[in-house]
Design a protein around this ligand. Structure first.
Ligand SMILES: Cc1cc2ncn([C@H]3O[C@H](COP(=O)(O)O)[C@@H](O)[C@H]3O)c2cc1C
Ligand SMILES: O=C(O)c1cccnc1
Length: 336
């Protein structure tokens, strides 16, 4: 069965988001208050443990099936010279993922995450969005569905992407979803110089102008300006929500995939953690618009779920403290 068989199915899924389990959240919050530490002293680690308890629906959350999924897609807009690297690198990096040689192979292993790579029609780049919608309705639904199907039975889902040119698509998605000049949302990506970044802003401006009258729904924004790997991440975020699986978002591109969904229903990010704030300048703005506070800020700007995978180690630390510590009663220590 196709997860998102029609635009209506996608829109219904986005309009009917389940909430976290309040009882499990309350139980985890109570437990944090009994652990042998001054209340609140583990800071954000406490919040992360309670967040996971709510979405997993258990007082003591766990990561037994932590899964990183990397979606890959090719972009027609690369013809406009918007990346420092050639489009061929996308398929070459997918081979590198399979061979185990990419950053995400090392970082997923370090974080104890299984890694799945989902290449989406790499021989068929999306259309250049300055000339036509990036995807047809069928192509976009198919990429969204591929995302949903990749979620599986994970208990923590870490999402990432590979697609040369996709920081341009991401800037267009952010601008279409939240407004603001394209110059605010573009950045060097893989390493453009200042002149390249200016051209990238012009390309985004052209794309927004071409599609302006149609950028009125999450689906049309994704379809016209996004890419297959971006729609794959969006579909995975939405499907994970319906299975109450917590998600860790990666950098600028992985976060921009959620922007169109959030423009239609801001509650979509409630089951998402931001793994890190990337060095791509638009990311900090995007996180502010989504109301997400990144776990890490390491000046990373790679993508591939690399920052989210590093953050998964912090999430494991939050769970270890939450589940492993003694309570005041167990340790026979006087409370405050
Ligand atoms: C070798 C290599 C590995 C990568 N892994 C992720 N990206 C990242 O760079 C791309 C986005 O930047 P832009 O929009 O400038 O093309 C995406 O593929 C992203 O995942 C890579 C880029 C390169 C060159
Ligand atoms: O923030 C990111 O995800 C990013 C930044 C630059 C290039 N690729 C990815």
């Amino acid at each position: 069965m196709t997860a998102f068989a029609s635009i209506a199915a996608f829109e219904t899924a986005l309009a009917t988001l389940p909430q976290a389990d309040d009882q499990a959240r309350a139980a985890a919050t109570a437990r944090q208050g009994q652990l042998t530490k001054p209340p609140g002293s583990l800071g954000r680690l406490e919040d992360i443990a309670i967040f996971l308890a709510g979405w997993q629906g258990i007082e003591r959350p766990r990561i037994e099936r932590g899964r990183a999924v990397i979606f890959a897609g090719n972009h027609g807009v690369t013809a406009r010279g918007v990346s420092a690297f050639p489009a061929d690198v996308t398929v070459q990096m997918v081979a590198n993922f399979a061979a185990g040689g990419a950053a995400i192979n090392a970082l997923a292993a370090a974080a104890g995450l299984e890694l799945a790579v989902v290449p989406l029609d790499l021989d068929q780049p999306t259309a250049d969005f300055t000339a036509a919608p990036a995807m047809t309705v069928e192509e976009c639904l198919s990429a969204l569905s591929a995302g949903a199907e990749a979620v599986g039975d994970a208990d923590l889902l870490v999402l990432g992407e590979m697609g040369i040119g996709n920081s341009t698509a991401a800037a267009a998605l952010a601008a279409a979803s939240f407004g603001g000049e394209p110059a605010l949302w573009v950045g060097p990506g893989t390493g453009l110089d200042a002149r390249g970044v200016r051209r990238k802003a012009e390309v985004v401006t052209e794309g927004l102008a071409l599609h302006r009258e149609h950028l009125t729904s999450a689906f049309e924004i994704l379809r016209r300006l996004g890419g297959r790997e971006i729609a794959g991440m969006a579909g995975a975020v939405l499907a994970a929500r319906h299975r109450r699986i917590p998600v860790v978002l990666d950098g600028f591109i992985g976060t921009a995939a959620v922007a169109p969904l959030a423009s239609a229903n801001p509650a979509i990010v409630a089951h998402c953690l931001s793994g890190h704030c990337s060095a791509e300048p638009g990311h900090v703005l995007l996180l502010a618009r989504l109301g997400l506070e990144p776990i890490l800020s390491l000046n990373m700007r790679l993508g591939e779920a690399s920052g989210a995978a590093v953050a998964a180690q912090i999430i494991r630390a939050a769970i270890a403290a939450h589940n492993g510590m003694a309570t005041f009663a167990e340790a026979g220590i006087a409370g405050a």
